[in-house]
Design a protein around this ligand. Structure first.
Ligand SMILES: Nc1ncnc2c1ncn2[C@@H]1O[C@H](COP(=O)(O)OP(=O)(O)O)[C@@H](O)[C@H]1O
Ligand SMILES: [Mg+2]
Length: 246
């Protein structure tokens, strides 16, 4: 279980304090797929960076299976895979295989384990033909597959995707939706951020809606429909934003 309690994150520059995430609390059960919904600047990336241990909260705590992830990040890092939409984090001068092996090493995987896992992922994502080519010459779609394989290299239980489909063409976006669907069937715990209501509806059991850093809804989509007496997620989203947290 992921237990997020009263988490806030502020950023300070010379004059201003930006409250990117304000007193957010929610829990996620093992095997749940949660959609993190919010407009640009709502605080989605900041929240996911905190859950991935990369960024410390200014206040509040995050526990995963009882472990405070910012006190003991090493215990938890191996359980989490993260993919931030805006960056691939691949080394152009290395081949796809070398890139994957590099990340496997960071997770302390043995050579044998690494080889088996890379072979498996290459088949799964249809990368066999270009596994030993340098990433520098890859198309966007090829890079995307290597990036996904990188996220999954250590077979994490918890997977965080930050706007995985933003800016992708329809085929790539659908590939991603299918992947989330598959990972869900495998029992992975997934949080993915999005501003596309339809994809959240298709893929998630529950949603967390944030607006200007505050959580405005957490629960199932069905419950939200009941509360709002509407099934128009776009409309509901806008009305929640207008009303704010309650
Ligand atoms: N490193 C940072 N320094 C200063 N401000 C930041 C930083 N990261 C995020 N912010 C601000 O925090 C707010 C939330 O950003 P972000 O989490 O990226 O939102 P989202 O991912 O929902 O678009 C924005 O106002 C953004 O400008
Ligand atoms: Mg973002």
């Amino acid at each position: 279980m992921i237990d997020i309690q009263h988490v806030s994150r502020f950023f300070k520059d010379k004059k201003n304090t930006i409250e990117a995430v304000k007193d957010v609390s929610f829990q996620i059960k093992k095997g749940d797929v949660v959609g993190l919904l919010g407009e640009n600047g709502a605080g989605k990336t900041t929240l996911l960076r905190m859950i991935s241990t990369i960024l410390e909260p200014s206040a509040g705590t995050i526990h995963i299976e009882g472990i405070n992830i910012h006190k003991d990040p090493m215990k938890i890092k191996a359980k989490i895979g993260v993919l931030f939409g805006s960056e691939t984090g691949l080394y152009d001068r290395l081949t796809a295989r070398e890139n994957l092996a590099y990340f496997a090493k960071l997770y302390g995987m043995s050579q044998h384990e690494t080889k088996t896992r890379i072979d498996y992922l290459a088949v799964r994502f249809g990368m066999k033909d270009y596994l030993d080519r340098r990433v520098g010459g890859f198309s966007k779609g090829m890079r995307q597959k290597v990036t996904i394989a990188r996220t999954l290299i250590h077979n994490p239980e918890i997977i965080l995707f930050d706007e995985p489909t933003t800016g992708l063409d329809i085929t790539s976006a659908n590939m991603f939706r299918e992947l989330i669907h598959q990972l869900r069937k495998e029992g992975k715990t997934i949080i993915f951020s999005s501003h596309i209501m339809e994809e959240v509806k298709q893929l998630c059991q529950s949603i967390v809606m944030i607006h200007k850093g505050e959580m405005v809804y957490n629960g199932t989509i069905d419950e939200l429909y009941k509360q709002e007496e509407s099934e128009d997620l776009n409309y509901i989203f806008m009305s929640r934003i207008v009303r704010g947290a309650n």
